[in-house]
Design a protein around this ligand. Structure first.
Ligand SMILES: [Zn+2]
Length: 122
């Protein structure tokens, strides 16, 4: 039996990836860092790094957004794609960069105390 496979990319296509196997429900993070980097909030799924493969990384750059984690983005089109902790074997990637239907749902909203005042969380 072959595992489910998902593909995704940034807007310009300079960064592309493949994720194999079941993905975690989407978590919407409303922390200040996630709001700054996305312009709204960071809605991401997650998978073990061993199940994740970059298929194109020409324009990928990593930004150390804190002492514990870094964020991957496209230097050409500006898409915010990845987040990973230095001490974990997991990688988070934005649900909006996945191609086509994801079969995912939002599982939780976190850091809602720092969310913007211009929207409500259902
Ligand atoms: Zn791009």
């Amino acid at each position: 039996m072959s595992e489910e496979k998902h593909t995704g990319s940034c807007l310009c296509g300079g960064v592309a990836y493949e994720a194999t196997g079941p993905m975690r429900p989407v978590i919407a993070c409303h922390c200040t860092q996630c709001r700054k980097t996305t312009g709204h909030y960071f809605a991401s799924t997650q998978i073990p790094q061993e199940k994740f493969r970059l298929t194109k990384a020409e324009t990928l750059s990593w930004f150390a957004s804190s002492d514990t984690a870094e964020r991957g983005f496209c230097t050409n089109c500006g898409s915010s794609l990845f987040w990973r902790r230095y001490d974990e074997d997991m990688i988070s990637f934005t649900a909006g960069t996945l191609d086509g239907d994801t079969g995912l749902e939002i599982g939780d909203h976190i850091f809602t105390d720092t969310k913007g005042d211009y929207y409500d969380i259902p």
